[in-house]
Design a protein around this ligand. Structure first.
Ligand SMILES: Cc1cc2nc3c(=O)[nH]c(=O)nc-3n(C[C@H](O)[C@H](O)[C@H](O)COP(=O)(O)OP(=O)(O)OC[C@H]3O[C@@H](n4cnc5c(N)ncnc54)[C@H](O)[C@@H]3O)c2cc1C
Length: 402
């Protein structure tokens, strides 16, 4: 239920198994709610295995953390073979292209738009969904891919307020080719209070840049400012090319989001229902990994239910546990680190900020935590994808030769 990255990946992965799958989307189309996006190699690998065309999906970038003046604080060095296989470490793109590539690989008849789920209940034998048009649907398994305000999560695990980070982010993109900006980089930089970042993108064969500025904003207040003027002010004090990229961006290519998440759940699945993507682990964009983890969730879930008799409650429970246990640990780590980075860079008291920045400029802390820590997480995910795929293919082989 839900046709965002998590729902589409789940549909793609399950469509490769013996099970039937339908994807219910409340809106008239599966369409992205935002513009800017970067993906790490694991989701790119999962997309490929699920049959999605990833050729020229985005611009390969090397990621760096810098001070506002341009001093490099950390570089994410991925092994050369990973860079060779995935076209670079961090792939910069716009969301509509990811959606259109994923949708193009989903078999006909799976996506049902204008279909809002209003409630569901379940017992040992199945799940019953109530739809907004008054009809009902029955299934062996319900997958909640319904985002941060997930009805499925709420129904399974109760309601709780979102965790407000008291931060907001404004992002935009430009294809202005008169700018003299180096390509192949994702640069994440910080002043004492603002994160200002930019990255190369490719979109429908065109090269461009996306950027974002992120800073404190009281979540109890309505944002009433002008997006371009606010972004321009936030980008002041950053090294070139950030201010130039903001200035070159068409107002129609700008968006703003308040930043919020939810603390990790101890369990995702209950009975015949489970969660994927933001429904399971909404994450601050500080991780830049929410959509990536959503795609991985869908991939793993499909692989775990392949070859399982999901009408059998015990077999389904075992498959769902196998799916969620490693995912819970990985995603909780990302949610936590993204939350803490937001605190460290934007909410520590003013007198401590110069000491923090001196520390980040002259100690290996950020290099160790982000520069060296990120490749470790990425390689681990790539290995887990390989293992799941090997198991899936050998089961498939066994069932076709039987
Ligand atoms: C500014 C910003 C920048 C980001 N940058 C990155 C990045 O660089 N890299 C990255 O990996 N991630 C990034 N993310 C995170 C990423 O956008 C999310 O994690 C991702 O979109 C989650 O996908 P999802 O499919 O779980 O949920 P969603 O994209 O929210 O999709 C949920 C879908 O469910 C549907 N739905 C909801 N309720 C119902 C219902 N009752 N019935 C039927 N349908 C329903 C919705 O209409 C929607 O289509 C960023 C997020 C933000 C805000």
């Amino acid at each position: 239920m839900g046709a965002g990255p998590a729902g589409m990946a789940t549909a793609l992965s399950i469509a490769q198994t013996e099970h039937d799958v339908i994807m219910l989307e409340r809106y008239p189309a599966a369409r992205p709610a935002g513009n800017i996006l970067n993906l790490w190699p694991p989701p790119i690998k999962a997309l490929r295995l699920m049959g999605v065309d990833t050729v020229d999906l985005g611009a390969p970038c090397q990621s760096e953390f810098r001070s506002a003046s341009g001093r490099v604080r950390a570089v994410v060095h991925l092994p050369q073979d990973v860079i060779d296989q995935y076209g670079g470490g961090f792939i910069g793109m716009l969301r509509p292209q990811l959606y259109s590539r994923m949708l193009a690989s989903i078999p006909e008849g799976i996506l049902r738009t204008n279909t809002q789920v209003t409630s569901f209940d379940q017992d040992e034998s199945g799940v019953r969904l109530d739809l907004a048009d008054g009809s009902t649907l029955e299934a062996d398994l319900l997958v909640g891919a319904d985002g941060i305000d997930s009805l499925v999560r709420r129904t399974l695990w109760g309601d709780a307020p979102k965790r407000e980070h008291n931060l907001h982010i404004i992002g935009g993109f430009t294809f202005d080719d008169t700018l003299d900006v180096p390509t192949g980089r994702c640069v994440v930089s910080h002043t004492r209070t603002i994160q200002g970042s930019w990255t190369s993108i490719r979109h429908e064969g065109r090269a461009g840049f996306q950027w974002w500025v992120l800073g404190a904003f009281d979540s109890s207040k309505e944002f009433a400012g002008d997006l371009q003027a606010t972004a321009t002010k936030m980008a002041e004090g950053f090294a070139s090319p950030l201010p130039q990229l903001v200035a070159a961006t068409d107002p129609g290519s700008l968006q703003r989001w308040p930043i919020r998440d939810r603390p990790p759940l101890e369990k995702w699945s209950k009975g015949r229902a489970t969660l994927v993507g933001d429904a399971a682990h909404p994450t601050s964009p500080y991780a830049a990994y929410g959509a990536g983890m959503s795609i991985e969730d869908g991939f793993f879930l499909g692989r775990r239910v392949a070859g399982v008799d999901i009408s059998d409650a015990g077999a389904l429970t075992a498959a769902l546990e196998k799916y969620e246990a490693p995912r819970r640990a990985h995603t909780a780590f990302q949610v936590d680190i993204a939350y803490k980075l937001g605190k460290i860079f934007h909410h520590i008291p003013a007198p401590v900020r110069p000491i923090r920045d001196l520390f980040f400029d002259h100690s290996p802390f950020l290099q160790k935590m982000i520069g060296d820590g990120t490749p470790g997480e990425i390689l681990k995910q790539l290995d887990e994808i390989d293992d799941a795929e090997r198991e899936f293919q050998s089961r498939r082989g066994a069932s076709t030769s039987a």
